[in-house]
Design a protein around this ligand. Sequence first.
Ligand code: ZN
Length: 280
Amino acid sequence: MAQMLAKDSDLARQICALSRQRVLPHAVILSGAGDRLSAARFLAAAMVCRDERERPCLACGPCRKVAQEIHPDVHIVQDTERRELSVDSVRELRKDVYIYPNEGEQKVYIFADCQQLNERDQNVLLKIVEEGPPYAAFIFCTESTATLLPTIRSRCVELKLRQEDAQQESEQVAALCKALAGAELLPVASFLVALENQKPKREQVQQLLQDTWRIAAQALAAQCGGAAASASAEHLSRSLNRRQLQRLTELLKKYSMECNYNVGAGHILGAVCAEWEEIL
Ligand SMILES: [Zn+2]
């Protein structure tokens, strides 16, 4: 049996909460120090698990196959002999991704060590992450996201192995979380208008939404019985109800992904505000 992330870790709770709410992203960067591969297996199991209540259950057939590394739809991509992946293995993958999953509804590719992905590989993968079939999911394991091209990073949601590392939230993220925890329209609207007046770049808005997404997801995990990973997450988990938090998580994810398209930052901020009003 291969190692699996401990079920009582913060990251495991976060993954369980996301999968319970059916909001697991299809492209994830697992970063930070520690056993990233065991975390990737856990996440992959959550994606292919058949249990109705708890995913991953670690007991059903698909979960057990992931743990034994024999699941036909979960591929660990790595080259243990060479420093970089061969051109052929990336080409192979590009073909393989369009073949329907054997058993489940998802097909998962785990990149065990992103340092093995050179720029050319990453550009090929970028296209697949962006335009690949809806059943394909990608997990990039890396100690630091600096090994990945910004274009790849912007299409993935980053989950950190150690929540202590995730504490460095910016003042802006903390301010947005505080406004959201007010569970009213006005504080959030004023925050977004003030931000828009600063004419932020789309990448900055994306970073803000993505960081806030992660905190909202942690808050959701905390409501599902986990320990809150940060003060902001705890505040949100106490101030918003389950439905609001779930919809907020979906909204932040949706608009951080929309930042990949050529839309103005102002347009995105306006849309976030309008949807927030609907959630209340
Ligand atoms: Zn299972």
